[in-house]
Design a protein around this ligand. Structure first.
Ligand SMILES: Nc1nc2c(c(=O)[nH]1)N[C@H]1C(S)=C(S)[C@@H](COP(=O)(O)O)O[C@H]1N2
Ligand SMILES: [Mo]
Length: 333
């Protein structure tokens, strides 16, 4: 991403909460999909329309008026600063297509979507503020009381963004208006919405979900999903297309295999090039079943490091679901 020069940042010098609750993980895992979010309509488009992008927040989205809002950068920085909305949007934007997935997403679940996000690189902002080289974590705090943090080296990698636009329009209220964080390759919890404060600290910080026992590292697991045909479908005729998506965050997807016999034999599917290194991959496979009958379809992906997606089934808690997506279809030739 292009670097921004100092004169591009209109900054004002200035000076610039934590809730520890314990709840059993199993109780939490069960309600995450039902209470904390609403699944969007299944969409197999490479970019999810804003109205269909999945929603997750631990309470209802705050209503923020831009003239009441500011973003402060504080802590271990040489030049603490506060940006108004006007100042933030005046900075030349960079854009990146990034897939977000909730850590609570189940195998083949709907809590995964992709958008083009526009804003500024966090690295630029931290360099501008003079973040300490010896710092450990960067904490993001939000207007709804939510917070989370990432390691300073991750924050400085250049691909972490502070965004104020989503698919070409200002961030919708339900997706973090007026500004949010985007951390490619991490579960959605790190992409703090309704952002108000960035603090650089010299110790490990545990955010809202990590405090409750969820993963702090939050690196997405490799996942894949069959979208077409649907489970239980009856397919008529000799030729059919099986298709779906796969995602492994910033590791990317190198291979998708499909099995039509419950996982005994595998064939590689055709992969579409992803829209960005941080976006999901679409795959398809032309299938000519040899005879009528019932078939067990299974998909598995290999990430960009050559690691095969595990078939071991694990619930979303505490660090993301694993297992393969399987479904039964009936063929009538
Ligand atoms: N302020 C705030 N940011 C938040 C959350 C929240 O509850 N409050 N939820 C997180 C979680 S768990 C996810 S998965 C993503 C979801 O972003 P979306 O609703 O835009 O899909 O936002 C993250 N950022
Ligand atoms: Mo989430």
């Amino acid at each position: 991403m292009p670097r921004l020069s100092r004169r591009h940042l209109l900054i004002t010098l200035g000076t610039a909460a934590l809730t520890l609750a314990t709840r059993p993980l199993h109780a939490f895992a069960g309600v995450l999909n039902k209470i904390l979010g609403q699944a969007a309509v299944t969409s197999t488009q490479p970019i999810t329309p804003n109205e269909e992008f999945y929603l997750t927040s631990y309470r209802s989205p705050p209503t923020i008026r831009v003239y009441d809002w500011s973003l402060s950068i504080k802590g271990l920085v040489e030049r603490p600063m506060t940006l108004t909305y006007e100042q933030l949007i005046a900075i030349p934007t960079v854009s990146q297509i990034v897939t977000l997935e909730c850590v609570g997403n189940t195998i083949a679940g709907e809590f995964i979507s992709t958008a083009e996000w526009s804003g500024i690189s966090l690295r630029t902002l931290l360099e501008e503020a003079g973040a300490s080289a010896t710092a450990y974590d960067v904490i993001f705090r939000a207007a709804d009381g939510f917070s989370d943090g990432i390691r300073v080296d991750r924050a400085m990698a250049g691909d972490v963004m502070i965004v104020h636009r989503m698919n070409g329009v200002p961030l919708p209220q339900g997706h973090g208006f007026p500004a949010r964080v985007i951390v490619p390759g991490c579960y959605g919890m790190k992409s703090v919405q309704w952002l108000t404060e960035i603090e650089v600290v010299d110790q490990d910080y545990k955010g809202y979900y990590p405090q409750k026992g969820w993963t702090d590292e939050a690196i997405v697991k490799t996942t894949s999903r069959i979208d077409v045909p649907g489970h239980g479908t009856t397919l008529r005729g000799r030729r059919h297309q099986i298709k779906g998506l796969a995602f492994a965050g910033t590791r990317g997807i190198s291979l998708v295999d499909i099995s039509t016999d419950g996982g005994d034999r595998w064939t590689s599917a055709t992969l579409d090039p992803p829209l960005s290194p941080a976006a999901w991959s679409f795959w398809r496979h032309d299938w000519a079943p040899p005879s009528s009958g019932r078939y067990q379809l299974v998909v598995r992906a290999t990430d960009g490091t050559g690691r095969l997606q595990t078939s071991i089934e694990q619930d979303p808690a505490p660090d993301g679901a694993t297992g393969l997506h399987e479904m039964t279809v009936t063929v009538e030739i």
